[in-house]
Design a protein around this ligand. Sequence first.
Ligand SMILES: [Zn+2]
Length: 445
Amino acid sequence: MENTLLIENATLVTMNAKREVLTGASLAVTGERIAAIGTPTDLRAQFPNAESLDGRGKVVLPGLINAHTHIAMSLQKGITLAVPEGIYRVMWPVERALTPEDIVVGALIGGAEALLGGTTCIVDHYFQMEGITQAVITLGLRGVLGHTIMSRLGPFTGEQELEEGIDFVRRWKGRHPLITPWLAPHATDTVNREWLLRLRDSASAEGVGLHLHIAQSHRELNTIQQHFGTGCVTYLHDIGFLGPDVLAAHCIYIDDAELELLATSGAHPIYCPMGHALHGKVQRAWELLQRGAGVLIGTDCVTSNNEMALVSELRVAGVSQKQLTGDPQALPAAKILEMVTVDAAAAIGMGDQLGALIPGYLADLIMLEMSKLHAAPTYSLLDNIVYTCNGRDVDTVMVNGRIVVQNRRLLTADEAELAAEAQERGHALIRRAVEKESDLAWLWK
Ligand SMILES: [Zn+2]
């Protein structure tokens, strides 16, 4: 018989259908699933030999789902910050100097940072996804992963990338409990129409989702307008690409008609609060939500965001929308928490087993330390989670029934070693990039 772990005397933000918050409650985990939720007395009687984790002063939430990121980009932290058209001018030129090992180490660093910041599941795409997938499994993180496909512009393009993106899905479907493979065309201006149509067909045939960037930059919009005479969302709609199985990062450079098109298509626009704010152009997420769009939240890469902790992103999500709309009631904390739990779980096709604390669901959860000075006193719990907590308040992280962070310490990799490697490898990468392209000399000071 499998061992049971009891989290005892905690506050549980269940995110169940009634959105119940239970205080002084216990939760039992057996194997990879939540076995029961109830009073400490009842659960102790039901599982007399269970191990115990003290939940006093802590809030248990379903593990957070980061709906758009690229964990492998850790070595490129902050290099496009405040650079207009940084993707084209800095990101891709630097990426040409990456080694396969850099990508795996970058993924270990980014994945570790994600876990320590309260994320239990990432929706990620990047080049050389095979190595990244191994890093995700090593860390004990859950991943909806796609191999990035580009037909032009980026550092890795060509037919072999298209074939690898499709092969990756076939290799990983049903192979590992933590891994869900998806298809990942890069964006509307970097993947030709023929490939987009082929990937749309493949996704439907394989029963997997599509994860891409849409209307991320002004340059992307210009390119699509020049070639097809429409905006990026309209273009994808017209070729029959959009649907509920599409996760669309950014959707920033879009017009009013495209807001409506996105909402009615069922596609999920991904709001990246920090990245958008730092870029100076914020997604109209609250408007999209009010039109019925299933907006989710992602950190995007640390190249443009500088950090990966999803807990810290929640505050910016609320602040930015209130500022953008001039409405202090825009995007309330309860909605923000839904977007990174139940809504995201449904969007990745796991709504019946992830995103809420419900018996029978997979045991992906986090425990926040809420008894510290900056979080006390608590009058409105959900507001306090969103507006007082940061990544460093994440005490415990469990994925698929396995504790991977405890007492704020990562158990599946050596944090100090990874931090040292980030310094060393990061500087070596920039040096190599500058040697190849003298235009980047300002990066190396
Ligand atoms: Zn991205």
